[in-house]
Ligand binder design. Structure first.
Ligand SMILES: [Zn+2]
Ligand SMILES: [Zn+2]
Length: 177
């Protein structure tokens, strides 16, 4: 990879994947940024500005930064907002929803950690959606091109500790175009 690693697996993996499938194909670089205030829907202005949404869920693990308690979750909500726009770069905003610790009364959300494979599959799917929805590439059918993760789990999941459940956006698999 050219340039300096961000130290974040999502940013670094996206940087590598977008190079071949977006930047070299369409002469425009795409960037991924974290944003912890994304909604699961678009305002009229956002829609007019060309924003689109991809929402999915993935398996992830957590380690409490207060008591070191470790847990797995089969249902971590991920929301992506993406836009081709007229500027020099395309933009992807990313909100991986967090969870709270059950073992202690630490009142902050803990960030999920994902397996490399899961990050790669998730971002490959997102890039296929960008090619289809932003550049109008013909894809025969989603099922042939959008790869599903090998393991699809929904458990374990504790609703009262899940940030996405609290915001009423948990466990949806859908696109807003
Ligand atoms: Zn804890
Ligand atoms: Zn939830």
């Amino acid at each position: 990879m050219a340039g300096i690693s961000s130290g974040n697996i999502w940013i670094d993996t996206f940087h590598i994947l977008q190079k071949k499938d977006l930047e070299e194909r369409y002469r425009k670089r795409w960037n991924l940024q974290f944003n912890y205030s994304l909604a699961d829907n678009l305002t009229e202005e956002q829609r007019k500005a060309g924003w689109k949404i991809s929402q999915t869920t993935r398996f992830a693990c957590f380690t409490c930064s207060n008591c070191s308690h470790f847990w797995n979750s089969g249902r971590v909500t991920l929301i992506f907002h993406y836009r081709l726009g007229k500027s020099k770069t395309g933009t992807v905003l990313f909100y991986p929803f967090r969870q709270m610790c059950r073992q202690c009364d630490y009142d902050r959300f803990i960030n999920p950690r994902f397996k490399e494979e899961s990050v790669k599959i998730t971002l490959e799917n997102l890039i296929l959606k960008i090619r289809k929805n932003c550049y109008g590439e013909k894809m025969d059918s989603d099922s042939q091109h959008i790869k599903n993760p090998i393991i699809r789990r929904t458990k374990p999941h504790e609703r009262d500790l899940c940030e996405a459940c609290m915001k009423g956006v948990c466990n949806k698999e859908y696109d807003v175009l």
